[in-house]
Design a protein around this ligand. Structure first.
Ligand code: SF4
Ligand SMILES: [Zn+2]
Length: 455
């Protein structure tokens, strides 16, 4: 569920970014999310309520909600505004007002519409210690960094105003605190070529300072209201042809490691605002079709719900494990997948966390029937104990291999109760469990009072 923040500008001056006085930076006036934001005067409560009503009318379950805060660089707006806005998002879900952010956030633990994930978009240079501490207070679980490329000369040329080093630093800081990190990536920026784009894309995964958990691929477009429009008119910039872009995206998708999720290709820009560049809003589908079944190993293409919808035969899932290094930490990517790599669930474990004596679970996701809900033959992957199997395996790895005594989980506030049932207790923004002794039945926890304080 996207919630649009009030237009407040952005400290950045990226040449490709459209700027209209009544729209949030990087959005055009007629984008659906902007229209909605505008209609509700950018009030987060009203936006959330309206979306909930709409999802319900469409027959989608609304008990678990993932929120994404959109519009410019939210973390660069005045902090008081940020607190009020996030409070408003929770109030919208809770259906009641609160005295402050913490009351609204904690009240969401038992709300009918629970926030199981909160995502904020930001720039790598607006993602330091202070911002990350604030994100934890907000109950944020995922951060989308505007990275776009990994070349300082291109950053200079397009006026990004930050460096490749800033990307590495922000990525490490976020992962070290347990966040999931997605990058926005723009092929075809000024000064680049398809060959260079391929090479830089390779760096994303060959260089352990980056290795994002997910990507949104946004091919560079010449959008009305941007400086790039002027460059294009003056003949200083030409976007890639659709065919070049297709080939490039096919290459990118087919070279992805299995721990990445490509959640989007193409920005949601109304075609009348696109002056030059690919206008095919279904470019993602075109790429998937060209690659054929199994052509992309990313998480999204392998998700149980998507594959079931696409008619794949699904067999019994088994536990898989992949280890890799990222941002000076050890990542263990645990999955439940069947013989054709269809994903039923995944977990990201990272060590060290706040020192060598702890590890953190950055993500636990079991894929449910939300895709194509109501179709015949749809079996729910959720609630079959896969989440618990993954968590227990993470505990085993953390205890026996990393020799830690504590495992923390960064989850949306609305998912915290799930971890209570697995023996976890709230510690600041995390749910934590002491790992010694391990595997004792959590009977004492079931019998005791609920450690999450109720209002
Ligand atoms: S940082 Fe993002 S919102 Fe800000 S100018 Fe650049 S592209 Fe636009
Ligand atoms: Zn994919």
């Amino acid at each position: 569920m996207a919630v649009m923040a009030q237009p407040m500008g952005c400290p950045g001056h990226c040449v490709y970014c459209p700027s209209f006085h009544d729209s949030p930076r990087s959005y055009t006036p007629e984008s659906p999310a902007v229209l909605r934001g505008h209609r509700y005067e950018y009030d987060p409560r009203r936006q959330v309520r309206e979306r909930l009503n709409m999802f319900e009318a469409m027959g989608h379950p609304t008990d678990k909600v993932e929120l994404i805060v959109m519009g410019g660089t939210f973390l660069a707006t005045p902090p008081e505004y940020q607190y009020q806005f996030i409070q408003g998002c929770y109030e919208g879900l809770n259906g009641s007002r609160a005295g402050g952010l913490s009351e609204a956030r904690d009240g969401n633990r038992w709300a009918a519409h629970r926030c199981v994930g909160l995502c904020v978009e930001t720039r790598p240079d607006f993602c330091g210690d202070a911002e990350v501490a604030r994100l934890l207070e907000f109950g944020c679980t995922r951060v989308e960094l505007g990275v776009q490329t990994l070349a300082d000369d291109t950053y200079n040329l397009v006026g990004r105003g930050h460096t490749v080093e800033d990307v590495a630093t922000a990525t490490r800081l976020l992962k070290d605190r347990g966040f999931k990190v997605y990058y926005h990536w723009m092929p075809g920026l000024p000064g680049t070529t398809p060959e260079r784009d391929m090479e830089l894309f390779g760096h994303l995964f060959s260089d352990s300072r980056f290795r994002p958990d997910g990507l949104k691929l946004y091919p560079t477009l010449v959008v009305q209201g941007s400086e790039l429009a002027l460059w294009w008119r003056q003949g200083h910039y030409t976007p890639y042809e659709t065919e070049t872009l297709m080939e490039l995206l096919c290459y990118m998708k087919s070279s992805l490691p299995p721990y990445v999720r490509v959640s989007r290709i193409m920005r949601d820009i109304p075609t009348q605002f696109i002056l030059a560049g690919c206008k095919q809003s279904n470019l993602g589908e075109m790429v998937t079709r060209r690659l054929g079944p199994g052509g992309c190993r990313c998480i999204r293409c392998r998700e149980y719900g998507h594959r079931l919808r696409d008619g794949w035969g699904i067999s019994t899932p088994h536990l898989h494990r992949m280890d890799y290094e990222a941002s000076d930490g050890q990542e263990v990517f645990l999955t439940m997948e069947d013989d054709s790599q269809t994903l039923w669930g995944l977990l990201r474990l990272r060590w060290p966390f706040e020192g060598p004596d702890a590890a953190v679970v950055r993500e636990l996701h079991v894929y449910g029937p939300e895709v194509g809900l109501g179709r015949r033959g749809m079996r729910a992957a959720q609630h079959q104990g896969l989440g618990e199997t993954l968590m227990r395996q993470a505990e085993r790895v953390a205890l026996e291999e990393f020799r830690v005594s504590r495992l923390a989980v960064l989850s949306g506030v609305g998912a915290q109760e799930y971890y209570v049932n697995l023996g976890y207790r709230p510690q600041g923004p995390y749910m934590c469990r002491n790992l010694t002794p391990i595997f004792t039945p959590p009977a004492r926890l079931r019998a005791g009072t609920n450690p999450l304080p109720r209002r």
